[in-house]
Design a protein around this ligand. Structure first.
Ligand code: 13P
Length: 288
């Protein structure tokens, strides 16, 4: 199946009271693990690519070619969107040219007027090409690939302005941060999420920083319009833990245990387990 825009899968999720996971990819193993899990669980899926990960994987064109070929050669039939995560204006244009099916333009660090102007221009291009577009209001806290957000809580009036531009989905800061949550984290701001939900008329909302958010908060967020949840660090930690165990047990020193196909296998399986667990929690299993 060809890559699809995230529009239909997210509108269905918002209407059906579940969320689709965006899982960030870092290399071939990551991509394969996520695609296979989505297929096994009959779940729609969004593959997220940050600008840093795109650079690491030799550019957006390489990523798009790898993902498209893998979807075909693995016989993936569930809906898959290839999505730029926290794109700059230039990055968004590069991904559109490279053949991504979904774009995030993160204009949250611009004054609202500039965020509106740039989002509007990109929306025109995405509409013409049938791509989905995610916009952001109120920076997400923490650090991701050098993009540092201070963890703002979005202004619902600004959310309405950006949502009314007709973007496919809206990311709004509600106290969520990328990476591990600190021990003194206050939790998600459901009051603001509920206000945003009220003024955006059923627009699929996006929750970034999915790593480590307790299950009850995830469920409450979904009940308040969150239809896409981004997970990155949690898969990285699962991969790291399984790989560390393999080495600590000396398995790389036994037989052909040094073969990368063996060395990376436990970590790849750990990513699959992590993705499956999240799909269960988000309610997307069987929704392809
Ligand atoms: P985590 O790394 O905290 O899971 O966040 C992922 C994310 O929001 C990607 O945009």
């Amino acid at each position: 199946m060809a890559l699809v825009s995230a529009k239909d899968m997210l509108n269905k999720a918002a209407a059906g009271g579940y969320a689709v996971g965006q899982f960030n990819i870092n290399n071939l193993e990551w991509t394969k693990a996520i695609l296979q899990t989505a297929q096994e669980q009959n779940s729609p899926v969004i593959l997220g690519v940050s600008e840093g990960a795109g650079k690491y994987m030799c550019g957006f064109k390489t990523v798009a070619a790898m993902v498209k070929a893998m979807v075909e050669s693995l016989g993936i039939t569930v809906p898959v969107a290839l999505h730029l995560d926290h794109g700059s204006y230039e990055g968004a244009k590069a991904c559109i040219e490279a053949g991504f099916s979904s774009i995030m333009f993160d204009g949250s660090h611009y004054p609202i007027d500039e965020n509106i102007a740039k989002t509007t221009e990109l929306k025109g291009i995405c509409d013409q090409l049938g791509l989905s577009l995610e916009a952001e209001v109120g920076a997400i806290g923490g650090e991701e690939d050098g993009v540092i957000g201070s963890g703002e809580v979005a202004d619902p009036a600004e959310c309405k302005m950006i949502s009314d531009l007709g973007v496919t989905m809206l990311a709004a800061g509600i106290g969520n941060i990328h990476g591990k949550y600190p021990a003194n984290w206050k939790g998600l701001n459901f009051e603001v999420l509920s206000q945003i939900h009220d003024v955006t008329n059923g627009k699929p909302l996006v929750l970034h920083g999915g790593t480590g958010i307790p299950a009850d908060m995830i469920k409450r967020a979904i009940s308040l319009g969150v239809a896409k949840i981004n997970v990155n660090t949690e898969c990285q930690l699962a991969f790291q833990e399984a790989t560390r165990k393999y080495i600590e047990e000396g398995k790389d020193l036994q037989g052909k245990g040094f073969d990368p196909r063996k060395l990376l296998a436990p970590g790849t399986q750990a990513i699959k387990d992590c993705v499956k667990e999240k799909m269960e929690l988000f309610g997307s299993i069987g929704k392809a």
